[in-house]
Write a protein that binds this ligand. Sequence first.
Ligand code: HEC
Ligand code: HEC
Ligand code: HEC
Length: 465
Amino acid sequence: MRKSFLFVIGMIALAIIVIFLFRRCSYSMAIKDLPLDEQALLIFNEKGCIDCHSEDPNLPFYSSFPIAKGMVEKDVQVGYRAFNIDPVIVALENGTAPSEVALAKIEYSTTYGSMPPAKYKAIHWNSALNATDREVLNTWVMQNRLKYYDNGLATEEFRNEPIRPIVDSLPVNPAKVFLGFELYHDMRLSKNNLVSCATCHPLDKAGVDHLQFSKGIYDQIGGINAPTVYNAAFNCAQFWDGRKEDLAAQAGGPPFDALEMGSESWDEIIAKLSEDKNLVAQFDALYPDGMTGDNIMNAIAEFEMTLITPNSRFDRYLKGDKNAITPDEAEGYALFKEFGCATCHVGQSMGGQSFEYFGILDDYFANREMPADREIIRIKDQGYYNATENEADLRYFKTPNLRNIALTPPYLHDGTVDNLTEATNIMLKYQVKKDATPEQVDKIVKFLHTLNGEYQTEELAISQD
Ligand code: HEC
Ligand code: HEC
Ligand code: HEC
């Protein structure tokens, strides 16, 4: 009786082990024959990536145990903020393009062996990525990058980098660009005819006002730092919080912002502009419905498509001119990748492609010194939430682009930082939690100085007048 009981238990245990081993074996045998996309999907499922990086995680069974619970919840929260895998799974299932940011993040985690975290591997002893898994993921990243994002400008050696050179130009209608240029500098868009787009985004000052918060109509002070208009054409959405989907939609914002230009309606603006016969004629020639709010926004956006800055020293380096940057600067770039900076600051404009939680690894806002008594600051600090009204999006900000970054202090959405060394230290502390020596930080900053590009074939610089 007792013997047969033990026998049954033994058989059950054996069956579990056999099933388990079979699953492992069939996983590694089957994976080789699958299309690359399915191999990647299998790895993300089998190695626990989805457990911690999905909005709707598959929590492991022990996650309800008292001590494990806190640990797992924290990992899932931090993991999800560092990387949301859900859009990648959707792209894999639909055969569409994963974002450049997701590709860079996955490549980072395989290259530096950061995932899954050590304590997770300790409990799930088969969750570590083996050499084949890593090769599969890296090949998958490379294929997607070349298929969807390569613009043919980098040399063979640099084609699979997370950062690409900026194209020389984007396709535009020159007559609309000319009209947009005029409107961009036209103060009649403001209530008192004293503020234009160029007031806060002067083209000869790298497209920024260099103030912590912009000064708008009647000298009113805003609550967020003005980003540059250069390379905004590459952004996935406009504003720090992404409340406008594109440049045209964005251009319709400032004229009616009470703190910025203070106008009340397009009718009010058009009444002033239509006294200008030359301007009316230009609109009539370009748009069937002539001068309208939509067409004003369209022309400004067309002009902004020309505000791109190719040919920085770093871009010339990626295009094959090995001497375009110094050895220190090249080391700075290597560190920029090694410390994970190039997982968010990616692509042509080195940013602008995703919304990221600010303070993934420590609470930036709790540590910041800033009188939060102004309601506008509280609202601006909410980030992407302002666009979605989804609580989960609080404190997510559009990653700023780093092109011409040496020319656009002060930094961060709250304009609290006036130099790149401090900005880099803040990123190291709150976004990647890496200890860097002052020499390493110095090299990263040197690298950041290689990113000044050319506008109309001249290197962008701050004019002194
Ligand atoms: C136990 C939860 C957990 C699992 C499982 C896990 N991660 Fe993570 N992941 C995290 C946490 C926490 C972070 C935050 C940064 C850190 O701690 O390194 C993170 C960060 C990341 C990042 C951002 C870049 C980086 O490396 O820091 C990527 C990409 C990533 N994980 C991918 C993966 C992939 C791919 C897998 C599966 C092979 C995986 N993760 C499995 C918790 C997890
Ligand atoms: C009073 C100063 C001021 C004026 C005038 C102004 N802006 Fe801005 N601009 C800002 C500030 C501040 C932001 C950031 C606001 C935010 O993110 O909430 C911004 C954001 C932008 C962005 C988004 C860039 C990015 O990376 O997200 C673009 C593009 C832009 N402005 C273009 C324009 C245009 C075009 C006009 C004229 C129609 C204009 N601005 C007028 C201050 C100004
Ligand atoms: C997880 C994504 C992420 C990573 C990784 C990251 N950044 Fe950032 N970076 C951001 C976001 C988001 C902001 C804007 C924060 C804010 O002000 O709200 C930012 C801001 C910056 C700024 C200021 C830009 C400006 O126009 O104000 C610099 C400079 C910068 N990062 C450099 C770096 C460096 C160097 C690293 C690596 C040590 C790094 N970043 C890593 C997302 C990231």
